[in-house]
Design a protein around this ligand. Structure first.
Ligand code: URA
Ligand code: SF4
Length: 212
């Protein structure tokens, strides 16, 4: 297995800590995505965060900043969390895949979706983050994260906001990806989609407030 470039597993440190994981992930070559990206975008948040938010893959802004959800999708996420009554500072925020994937469109770097193989290759980082943080609630943002965390038959459109018991955390749920809301060309539809997103996050706020 070693060195064949199909998994992050061989790059994981022996002892798991967030600082150690972050350092090790910076040098990950578990799949080809590190080649065209600026840097690894590792998860961010406190070790004992009660909530973990899992996105898909960093975008252009995240690639430059080295931090997850700092671009337009991140702004929408922040605002929606505030509206739902969840403090982003209390959440650990990460992605299913840790390197930006893109295609050139003239001078622009157009975001592409990760392949099933890349998601699988990067999975050891996410599992290690879950092991260290031990969140009470995990929220998958979008179908990619939902399929990875819940299963391939999970349908975000039908099952969003449902709380699921899981080996990964006492509560697991999924909702749409904030980017999907931003892509909606119609302002009214965008507003409605955003309100539904906040509703899903209110379910999460209720669980967190219940347990405190
Ligand atoms: N979209 C994601 O899935 N993750 C990010 O970090 C930013 C945008
Ligand atoms: Fe490693 Fe994940 Fe980056 Fe691939 S995307 S090189 S598995 S950190």
């Amino acid at each position: 297995m070693a060195g064949n470039g199909d998994s992050a597993a061989e790059f994981l440190p022996d002892r798991l800590s967030l600082a150690g994981l972050r350092r090790a992930a910076a040098d990950c070559r578990g799949c080809p995505l590190y080649r065209n990206a600026t840097q690894t975008v590792f998860g961010e948040g406190l070790k004992r965060s009660r909530l973990m938010l899992v996105g898909e893959i960093p975008g252009d802004r995240e690639d430059r900043a080295g931090k997850p959800f700092v671009g337009p999708a991140g702004r929408l996420l922040d605002e929606s969390l505030v509206e739902a009554g969840v403090d982003r500072d209390e959440a650990y925020v990460t992605n299913a895949v840790k390197h930006f994937k893109w295609e050139a469109r003239g001078w622009r770097r157009l975001h592409s979706k990760p392949s099933a193989r890349e998601i699988k290759a990067c999975r050891p980082w996410l599992d290690a983050e879950i092991e260290v943080v031990e969140p009470e609630v995990i929220v998958a943002l979008g179908a990619t994260a939902a399929k990875a965390l819940i299963g391939s038959d999970f349908r975000v459109t039908r099952q969003r906001g449902e709380l699921i018991e899981s080996e990964l955390a006492p509560h697991l749920t999924a909702t749409v990806h904030p980017s999907s809301i931003l892509r909606n060309p119609d302002a009214d539809a965008r507003r409605a989609a955003r309100e539904e997103f906040v509703e899903d996050l209110r379910v999460v706020a209720a669980v967190l407030n219940d347990g405190s």
